[in-house]
Structures are given as structure tokens and as C-alpha cells.
Design a protein around this ligand. Structure first.
Ligand SMILES: *[C@@H]1O[C@H](CO)[C@@H](O)[C@H](O)[C@H]1NC(C)=O
Ligand SMILES: *[C@@H]1O[C@H](CO)[C@@H](O)[C@H](O)[C@H]1NC(C)=O
Ligand SMILES: *[C@@H]1O[C@H](CO)[C@@H](O)[C@H](O)[C@H]1NC(C)=O
Length: 281
């Protein structure tokens, strides 16, 4: 209504033309008002599209060609067999969303789009691998792919299609009863080479930096993301090790979290250690 008034008052009709003006001006004013309003709507829609983190994005998804229902034991994230079975086996490889490993462990709601076969809820998957197929964003485990369907018959039908149109959005990961856990990589070699990944991170932020600190004098060392979700250092500090984890949200918010528990002094390749902390946002 506010714009309406401004547009009308900008129409300076002289008395002599009052009759014509009163015919034309309101029409012109209405037209420019509608145009103005449409432009406003468009700007608002574009702004929403740019900031809408909850909106679904249109894409395509395929599934792993192996016969196993779960994901792969050799996923690019470096989770090993855990990467095949985490989240009940509802896992996926990502192409662009892999983000050089930063995307490892992120959760997405993925739903296929044929209303006859597909459920409204779709499936929530965890990224454990990198890869793309025919213009896809996801290569789901066979199990996760089938779970986008409403029934097991419908699952068989979409599995026969191989690749389907989907829409997806990032959602929080949820691991009830779990804390963030350090998994020391099998390839680690005490005490010279330490490699580990972090399991069971809830929420929808990314771990973008990891520090390892001595608990005595607090000398810290920034670790390298060697690939996927695997953080490494060739000369780890000695003694019990205190972790520092940097969580980054997609709105740019960053915060360091210091776990309650240390990695014990005599850490062993292949072991898991509970950090005693969990995040939810
Ligand atoms: C697949 O994952 C499920 C759920 O974690 C697990 O029970 C099952 O043993 C796995 N299957 C194989 C073949 O690893
Ligand atoms: C461990 O080392 C072996 C042999 O060097 C390599 O093939 C394998 O990819 C490594 N595994 C991980 C998880 O880095
Ligand atoms: C998670 O951490 C809390 C606080 O450190 C601890 O009390 C709890 O036992 C841990 N949970 C698990 C499943 O280890």
C-alpha cells in the first residue's frame, strides 16, 4: 500500500489535463506498481534461493553397482568398513559435495521424485566416499537407494531404473547414545606416525581443522587432512594428547571444541577412543 501511494503522488497532473490524467495516471501507476511489486518479489525470491539452507536442490542419484546392500569398505573418506555400515548402511558417495574430504560425514536427506514409487521422507544418508555417475550428486548404497521408495515392490522398480531424479538437502546427523569418537587408523605407527578419523559427529557443521596438544605444556600442532576424513601428523606430540576441533557452519560461524577425554599416551593403531563430547548444531 505504501508504494501505491508514492506512485500516485508522483503523477503531477495539471488542472487542464485532470480528466485525461485521472484516466491515464492511475493505470500507469497501477502498471508501474505491478512491475515494481513483481521486481520486489523476484529480488526476494532470488535472495531466498541464495540463503535458503533448508531448501531441496534438484539432482540425480545412482547406486553402487556391487551386490552388497551397504556402501563400500574402501570409500575415499578413509572410514574403512565403518564407512560401509555407519547409519545402518544408509551411506553414499558424493561428487561435488565431497568437497575434497570436508564433506565426509555430512548427512543429507535424499528423496526421489516419482510420487507413485517414492516416499515423501526419502532417506537420510551419510557421505563416506567420493564418486559420480551419470550427472549424479550421489551414488547411494543399494540399501539407501531402495529406502527412497514407498514399498519393497516400488524399491525393486526404482532399482531397475538405476539412476533417478532426486532432490536433496543437508540435514543434521544423529547418532543416539554416541559421542564423537577417534578411530586411530590401522596404518598409524606408534609413536612416529599418527593418522585418525572422527566418527559419529552429529549436527550439520563441518570439522575444518584439528589440533593436537600436549597436556603438560600445551604445545599444539595443527594436523593435515591427508585425504577424506583422515587427519595425520608425522611427529605427534608425546604424552596424553588433547584434541581441538574446529567446527564450521555454512553461514561462516566457527567454533573450537575441546573434548573432555584425551587420546591416551600409549595410543594403538586400530583402536577407538571416546572423546566424551558431542555436537548438535
Ligand atoms: C551391512 O550393514 C548392516 C548395518 O550396519 C550390518 O548389520 C550388516 O552386517 C552389513 N552387511 C555386510 C555384508 O557387511
Ligand atoms: C594403509 O597402507 C596401505 C599400504 O601402504 C595402503 O594401501 C592403504 O590404502 C592405507 N590405508 C589407509 C586407510 O590409509
Ligand atoms: C559421552 O560423554 C559423556 C560425557 O563425557 C559420558 O558421560 C558418556 O558416558 C559418553 N557416552 C558414551 C556412549 O560413551
Amino acid at each position: 500500500m505504501h508504494y501505491h501511494l508514492i506512485l500516485f503522488s508522483s503523477c503531477n497532473c495539471l488542472l487542464a489535463f485532470h480528466c485525461i490524467c485521472s484516466l491515464i495516471c492511475p493505470t500507469m501507476a497501477l502498471k508501474s506498481f505491478l512491475f515494481f511489486f513483481a521486481t520486489l518479489l523476484l529480488i526476494q525470491t532470488l535472495a531466498e534461493a541464495a540463503t535458503c539452507s533448508d531448501c531441496f536442490v534438484q539432482s540425480r542419484a545412482a547406486y553402487y553397482p556391487n551386490s552388497d546392500d551397504n556402501g563400500t569398505d574402501v570409500g575415499a573418506c578413509g572410514y574403512g568398513s565403518f564407512g560401509a555400515t555407519i547409519n545402518g548402511g544408509d551411506v553414499s558417495a558424493a561428487s561435488d559435495l565431497y568437497r575434497n574430504g570436508v564433506g565426509c560425514g555430512a548427512c543429507y536427506q535424499v528423496r526421489c521424485k516419482d510420487s507413485y514409487y517414492c516416499s515423501d521422507k526419502g532417506v537420510t544418508i551419510v557421505i563416506t566416499d567420493s564418486g559420480s555417475s551419470d550427472r549424479t550428486d550421489f551414488i547411494l548404497s543399494r540399501r539407501a537407494f531402495g529406502r527412497m521408495a514407498q514399498t519393497s515392490d516400488a524399491a525393486a522398480s526404482i532399482l531397475r531404473l538405476g539412476v533417478v531424479d532426486i532432490e536433496y538437502r543437508r540435514v543434521s546427523c544423529s547418532y543416539p547414545g554416541k559421542n564423537i569418537t577417534v578411530k586411530i587408523d590401522e596404518n598409524s605407527s606408534y609413536p612416529h606416525y599418527l593418522a585418525f578419523s572422527l566418527w559419529y559427529q552429529q549436527g550439520k557443521t563441518d570439522i575444518t581443522a584439528v589440533q593436537l596438544c600436549e597436556t603438560q605444556n600445551f604445545v599444539c600442532k595443527l594436523l593435515d587432512r591427508s585425504y577424506g576424513a583422515v587427519w595425520t601428523t608425522t611427529s605427534p606430540p608425546s604424552g596424553p594428547l588433547s584434541l581441538r576441533l574446529l567446527f564450521s557452519a555454512d553461514d561462516g560461524d566457527e567454533s573450537w571444541v575441546v573434548p573432555v577425554n584425551n587420546i591416551p599416551q600409549d595410543w594403538k593403531a586400530g583402536q577407538t577412543y571416546d572423546t566424551g563430547v558431542q555436537v548438535n548444531n
